[in-house]
Design a protein around this ligand. Structure first.
Ligand code: DGL
Length: 259
């Protein structure tokens, strides 16, 4: 059994929705998390900048001796996964591949995707879904305001309701089987999204990843003695307050300088 930690990164608090699910499934694994708050939001940055930012996070996680890396970010997955896989020897998983495999198993054909502008621009979800599933219909919708609202803790108020209503308009009459929350910040809005799409399966990619890991990975029975570590690259933000709400516990956060 490899007792080294699992590494994860995102631009901010969103990836904690993945952290939370993986931790629930693997309580005895130590996780090292980086929230790259200095460069948030990733969704409005160029591919080149996302690749550079992702490399900084991966280099740091490798220096922390992690055994594998989960990109707990839709934008970094769609913009940087291929480059990261080609650059590093360490196993790296994004949020797209496990989710596409789950949708294929379910035999869903009408899929909505909501994500950041960068992710939608990359068209990664559509490309990957069409590669694996015949006759799939993919409807993309960028939602650039949602991740900043989530970082602000605005996930249940009237602004969130109105914003989501507006973004989901385009899915009316599409008879969706499932809606992919293609940005890891979006599970924080799940309750509101569900109100507008009550008959559609809302896919939280963190849950899918944790399930897939449970199918393929042996669980360590040893109790971990090492605490998880959560790092952020800029401390002038709301990360700690929002993170506590997501994880429903007190957490210790350390600032790091990744340049
Ligand atoms: N959590 C992110 C994602 O999954 C990034 C949001 C952002 O930084 O714009 O895409």
């Amino acid at each position: 059994m490899d007792n080294r930690p699992i590494g994860m990164f995102d631009s901010g608090v969103g990836g904690l929705t993945v952290y939370k699910e993986v931790k629930k499934a693997f309580p005895n694994e130590q996780i090292i998390y980086v929230g790259d708050t200095k460069r948030f939001p990733y969704g409005s940055k160029t591919k080149e900048n996302i690749i550079n930012a992702s490399k900084k996070c991966v280099d740091f996680l490798i220096s922390e001796n992690v055994k594998e890396i989960i990109i707990a970010c839709g934008t970094a997955t769609s913009r940087a996964l291929d480059t990261l896989k080609a650059t590093y020897d360490i196993p790296i998983t994004g949020i797209i591949e496990p989710t596409v495999s789950y949708i294929k198993e379910k035999n869903y054909k009408n899929i909505g995707v909501i994500a950041t502008r960068g992710t939608i621009e990359s068209n990664s979800w559509k490309i990957n879904l069409e590669k694996k599933i015949s006759d799939v219909n993919v409807y993309n919708q960028e939602c650039p305001l949602l991740a900043p609202m989530a970082e602000e803790g605005w996930t249940k108020n009237e602004v969130a309701k109105l914003t989501i209503k507006e973004y989901l308009k385009n899915f009316e009459n599409k008879k969706l089987d499932a809606l992919i929350l293609g940005c890891t910040h979006y599970p924080l809005f799940e309750a509101i999204i569900k109100q507008y799409l009550p008959d559609v399966e809302i896919i939280n990619t963190g849950k899918v990843i944790a399930n897939k890991m449970e199918q393929s990975k042996e669980k360590t029975k040893e109790n971990i003695t090492k605490e998880d570590k959560i790092f952020i690259t800029d401390t002038q933000c709301n990360f700690e307050a929002v993170a506590k709400k997501i994880l429903e516990k007190d957490i210790k956060i350390e600032g790091i300088d990744l340049g």
